[in-house]
Design a protein around this ligand. Sequence first.
Ligand SMILES: O=C(O)[C@H](O)[C@@H](O)[C@H](O)[C@H](O)COP(=O)(O)O
Length: 224
Amino acid sequence: MKFVEYSSREALMTGLASHIAQELTAEIAETGSAALAVPGGSTPGPIFDALSQVDLPWEKVSVLLGDERWVPETSERSNTALLRRRLLQNKAARATLLPLYAPADRPEDRLNELSQAIENVLPLSVCVMGMGADMHTVSIFPEADLLAEAFAADAPVLLPMRAPGAPEPRITLTARVLAGSKHRHILITGAEKRAALERAILINDPMKAPICAVLSGATIHWAD
Ligand SMILES: O=C(O)[C@H](O)[C@@H](O)[C@H](O)[C@H](O)COP(=O)(O)O
């Protein structure tokens, strides 16, 4: 695990966007394609803005969310809408979005078809994850209903997830898919999340601090 502290959030966002672009470019040069998983939420927007302007072979890149709230794209809670609005624009408009949402009452109703499209691009090339102050990552929350299943060595690609801290049903990549990514980045800002990360490292138990499942070999990018 590597910890990189930036002098400002702006430096973090441009620095991490540059890392991602370099890793995608190298992967495409080596294998002919790349798969990028990104977080939703309120933090990554500026990274998406910067990445969307980078000139790389986006037509060879599959982009997916690490997790999604089970809401339609018309909802202000939709991470997919965030991605379309801020990443899949400009030069990155040529990338292929692998959705984590499809119209249905429950994630269970569309899980298999959504999983199949993702299965075809695994292992991920670059995986960027956020973290909550409760030490969750993607939609693997402490006290979630399928928390243990999310860490199983034979876990499926995707799981539905419901948790006391999540306002709606979720769908999430499982820990083995996240940890199986060639490059892994964790994006956090502010003192509260830095303290939460330090707590997670001391706890060292994914069942209590889910972020622990993806720290090994990851680069943590932080600014106050
Ligand atoms: O759907 C989501 O909300 C995210 O995928 C989630 O896992 C996020 O990365 C963390 O909750 C941090 O969220 P913020 O960036 O909003 O703090």
